[in-house]
Design a binder for this molecule. Structure first.
Ligand code: ADP
Length: 161
């Protein structure tokens, strides 16, 4: 069985993330989407809210599961016995950071863990969680970017801010 971990902040999950999840699920036997519990960032949604959003959005994809992790990604990979990391690339701006991370993770794992990159589907190339949050603050139309239930959660969250 070939498994892969797709780690990220997912604050919140967008159609860009979902597209990567579906494409990875077509290639790997199991895909574990894992929300990073990063104490340095102040996310809009808590870890459990982000996990629940991902679970709801992927409930019809049988070989996808959703978890969370904190600490070093490479330790989490070892713990789960998974040696492939999935990441998405939107533009050249993503490339430098992602390349550095993948090389660092490979080194830290004694060359056991590899990162596989999926190119974004063109229509999502400009889509990011932060732009979605900016649009939500002003109650803009999110239909093309996130599932309706995520848009509702976003509007609700900003109503109380
Ligand atoms: P992180 O803080 O780990 O970058 P994100 O949730 O922003 O977390 O992104 C997780 C992964 O998904 C990253 O590899 C990112 O490049 C990728 N990603 C985000 N949005 C898109 C998109 N629209 N198309 C393709 N990949 C994307």
């Amino acid at each position: 069985m070939k498994s892969a971990i797709y780690p990220g902040t997912f604050d919140p999950m967008t159609y860009g993330h979902l597209d990567i999840i579906k494409r990875a699920a077509n290639i790997f036997d199991n895909v574990v989407v894992s929300v990073l519990d990063n104490k340095e960032k102040t996310p809009l949604f808590s870890v459990s809210e982000r996990v629940n959003i991902l679970k709801e959005a992927t409930k019809d994809i049988p070989n996808v599961s959703v978890e969370s992790f904190s600490g070093l990604l490479i330790d989490y990979c070892k713990e789960r016995g998974i040696y492939v990391i999935v990441r998405g690339l939107r533009a050249v701006t993503d490339f430098e950071y992602e390349l550095q991370m993948s090389q660092m993770n490979r080194k830290l794992s004694d060359h056991k863990v590899d990162t596989v990159f999926f190119n974004t589907t063109l229509k999502y190339s400009y889509l990011s969680s932060s732009s979605v949050k900016q649009i939500a603050q002003f109650h803009g139309d999110l239909k093309a970017f996130v599932p309706d239930f995520v848009a509702d959660l976003l509007y609700e969250r900003y109503k109380n801010k």
